[in-house]
Design a protein around this ligand. Sequence first.
Ligand code: NAP
Length: 375
Amino acid sequence: MRNYSASKLGQHDLWHTAGWIKLALASATPDNPHISNPFVVTHSSLHPPIIMFSCCCLSTALIGAALISILSFLVPYILDGYVFKEQDLKRRYNAKWALVTGASSGIGRALTHKLAKQGINVVMVAVDDALLTSVHEKMTKEFPALSFRKVGVNLGVSGYMASITAATSDILPTLIFNNAGYIATGLFSDSPLNSLMANYECNATAPIQITHHFVTRMVEEGKRDGTSKMRGAVFFTSSPAGLMPCPTTVMYGATKAFITEFATSVAADIYPDGIDVLVVNPSPVDTGFYSGNKHDMNSMKFFQRTATSPEHVASCFLKSIGRTLVCEQGYFAFTLKMILKLIDVNLIAAIIQRTSTMNGDYAKLIKQRNTNKKE
Ligand SMILES: NC(=O)c1ccc[n+]([C@@H]2O[C@H](COP(=O)([O-])OP(=O)(O)OC[C@H]3O[C@@H](n4cnc5c(N)ncnc54)[C@H](OP(=O)(O)O)[C@@H]3O)[C@@H](O)[C@H]2O)c1
């Protein structure tokens, strides 16, 4: 017979725990003659009320856990989406300059416009093309009292920091929007490594470099100032895609998962320096995001059909900064988070893995691979 004595377990509370475990064991194996002291649990002592009580405790604990899990997501989701109002960032952060990557199109362009409406000058970073030039001209015309600096760089190839540093050497943007990014479609093994790494550089590495440069400057400025901390904020446009596997667009979800993790980690490091961080995970947004893809993907067409406006998403940045850390925007982020509360990502990943050949986009890409081989 096993000895469950308290002297062996050593602790008073362990004594009680052992008793409960034995009680549970006894419920499971009521005929086991070895279950005995110190809480002598015999078959005859297993009254239905005890079983009922145990079941009630268990179900209460499960319901409590489910409620905490759902409410800890739902409350900020409702506050971000329906309660918070846009804040005046110029006043809140005493901001003179902001820097927006991907300012020539979509969310970045909408952000630039919103910042200008608040009287904030903007450093506009994007691909050095006619689009950036024309958006820069439009902003300058619409807001003649403000300054807009354009920095045309490819964030997918290292070397862009020299241009960004040079363009901001005489000013200190204290609102940094790491927004530029894109999705590269195609099967992993059919995609040239340099194009995958360029996607990685633009979506993940560039935000680290830019954040490090400006956060360091803000902290230095705060120290120089001596009396007060430099107030500032760093924003990241991530994606709910980072919460789940993204076959046929492998770098996208991976870089977005990285960005969310990086941002939420760095947030704790720089908060004491007076710098806030916000990650926004937008659901589909009607932008250039869907037009630059090499492949004709059904999933992309579906998401585009359900997209919201870039102005709506830009508004989330102004509403949530300094209030929440990760803002889940829209139906897709909501649905995915709720599914992940019910089913672990491990199982979802296994299902996606085992059913990839049933995915229409995968089939299309395989067909294309075979056609390319024949040519
Ligand atoms: N649209 C969505 O459904 C959606 C959903 C979740 C998250 N997001 C994220 O939102 C962010 C903004 O995208 P968007 O939807 O506004 O798309 P967008 O309209 O295509 O805007 C992307 C911006 O980033 C710039 N950019 C792209 N690649 C660049 C590079 N290599 N170097 C420098 N600039 C580059 C683009 O410049 P050019 O226009 O000159 O190329 C453009 O200004 C991205 O990080 C994206 O991942 C979008």
